[in-house]
Write a protein that binds this ligand. Structure first.
Ligand code: PLP
Length: 450
């Protein structure tokens, strides 16, 4: 029987990140300022460290990973690639299913891969404090973990609905030394505006980003960090796909299709970008981001310039968007409740290189429960989206008799999401379609770009 765990040595941790911009069919659309002109790095320097801004704009294919970053990555990397023998048997599929498990990081997801790099570049730039937002709590945990390691103070604006659903995520962040606030707060103008509109506002990633950006912009000693969406975050996550390629080579395999859950696009980019050049060279491989039907950015959004946050503090990015002031329903995959998406992922979807799909909440929990019974790991609700798509594909293979190789990112574990599983198991969870009227209203507010 083929191995269940395909492991690498610490010396196999990538020495360079892969920058997909070097191989994209078309250069990415520039970020724009309020004047409609491309944003220059100095305009973003109030928020981001120079090393990160350089990466954000870089067209260099390979970017060296600093040794201090690799030293911390060694705590959990290389992460294991699993062959899902037991799930395959249960599905009676001729397909081979592999999953790259990122839940082995101390925070429980792929997010620390970028947090280490962001904390490092802020530290060497002399920054003392960082602010951020968190939806699922995974990114907030990640930056709290490594912020502490680099001696940075961390303030996390946590989307209120997640803050209430996951009290122990907050405790974990506080254990690592961070301060955690339920967003919207009354501390920032963006939070106050959201609460004026709706005193019971459940919060959204867009609002929490506005709060964190507003605070960072107002203080010299403070920078802003983001857990997804931006080019440099996706760049840092490419360690996932680079390791996976090596692991598959070890067992002489190559994926026909890759699935990854998509919120802002960081694990999609991290896993899929290192396979993109093969696709461009004619290799047949399908690359499929999977998002919730309740927040269907890539599959139902507009491709337009929009803000990354609800208050309009960020530069304009050309991306699929549901409108920057769209507040998605309070589904349990909190990390997938984002109105926009990475500009790189959006452009590659637009150009047909990536092909996104959307799946409903109940089906994702059903898939997650089935997976946990077969493979043992209880996945994060976000990861369940990729699992659901992988199971569907494996069942199609069963019907057609095709022995495809299916790969997905198991982006995190669900140990802090058990209240969501409780709801699912007691039949309280429902499918939530996105509210058409609210969406239409949000799309009316897309900024006008000449
Ligand atoms: C476990 C997990 N998977 C996936 C995501 C989605 O984020 P991204 O699209 O940036 O990978 C999140 C976001 O918080 C997450 O916590």
């Amino acid at each position: 029987m083929a191995d269940t765990k395909i492991l690498l040595e610490e010396s196999d941790i990538p020495t360079h990140w892969y920058n997909v911009i070097a191989d994209m069919p078309n250069p990415p659309a520039p970020y724009l300022g309020p004047d409609g002109k491309p944003v220059t790095p100095d305009k973003m320097s109030a928020l981001f460290a120079p090393g990160l801004l350089e990466q954000e704009m870089s067209t260099q294919r390979w970017i060296e990973i600093p040794e201090q970053v690799r030293e911390i990555l060694r705590l959990w990397r290389p992460s294991p690639l699993y062959r899902a023998h037991r799930l395959e048997a249960q599905l009676e599929t001729p397909a081979k299913i592999y999953y790259k498990y990122e839940g082995v990081s101390p925070a429980g997801s792929h997010k620390p891969n970028s947090a280490v790099a962001q904390a490092y570049y802020n530290k060497i730039a002399g920054i003392k404090r960082v602010t951020t937002e968190t939806g699922a709590g995974q990114w907030g945990s990640a930056i709290s973990l490594v912020g502490g390691m680099f001696g940075l103070e961390v303030r996390v604006y946590m989307v209120k609905v997640s803050y209430e659903q996951k009290p122990f995520r907050r405790s974990m962040m506080e254990t690592w030394g961070a301060e955690v606030l339920p967003s919207p707060t009354t501390l920032t103008k963006a939070g106050q505006q959201a609460l004026e509109k709706d005193p019971n506002c459940p919060g959204s990633l867009g609002i929490a980003i506005s709060e964190a950006v507003e605070e960072a912009a107002s203080r010299k000693d403070t920078n802003y960090t983001l857990g997804s969406v931006l080019n440099h975050v996706l760049l840092h996550q490419t360690v996932i796909g680079l390791e996976t390629r090596k692991q598959l080579e070890k067992v002489g395999d190559y994926p026909d299709v890759i699935f990854a859950p998509c919120g802002g696009g960081s694990n999609v980019g991290g896993m899929m970008f290192p396979f993109l050049a093969d696709k461009a060279a004619g290799k047949e491989i399908r690359l499929v981001p999977v998002e919730p039907t309740a927040c269907p950015t890539l599959t139902s959004g507009h491709y337009a310039y929009d803000y990354g946050d609800s208050a309009g503090h960020t530069p304009l990015m050309q991306m699929y968007t549901l409108g920057h002031d769209f507040v998605p329903p309070g589904i349990h995959a909190g990390g997938l409740r984002y109105h926009g998406d990475s500009a790189l992922v959006s452009q590659l979807c637009r150009e047909g290189v990536l092909e996104a799909i959307a799946v409903p909440q109940l089906a994702t929990f059903e898939a997650g429960v089935m997976f946990s019974k077969a493979e043992g790991i209880v996945p994060a609700p976000e990861s369940n989206h990729a699992i659901q798509a992988a199971i569907d594909e494996a069942l199609r293979c069963k019907d057609s008799g095709e022995a495809k190789t299916i790969l997905f990112t198991l982006s995190g574990h669900g140990h802090f999401d058990m209240a969501s599983y409780d709801k699912y198991l007691s039949g309280e969870l429902t499918d939530q379609e996105y509210p058409q009227e609210a969406l239409q209203a949000a799309l009316q507010n897309l900024p006008k770009v000449a």
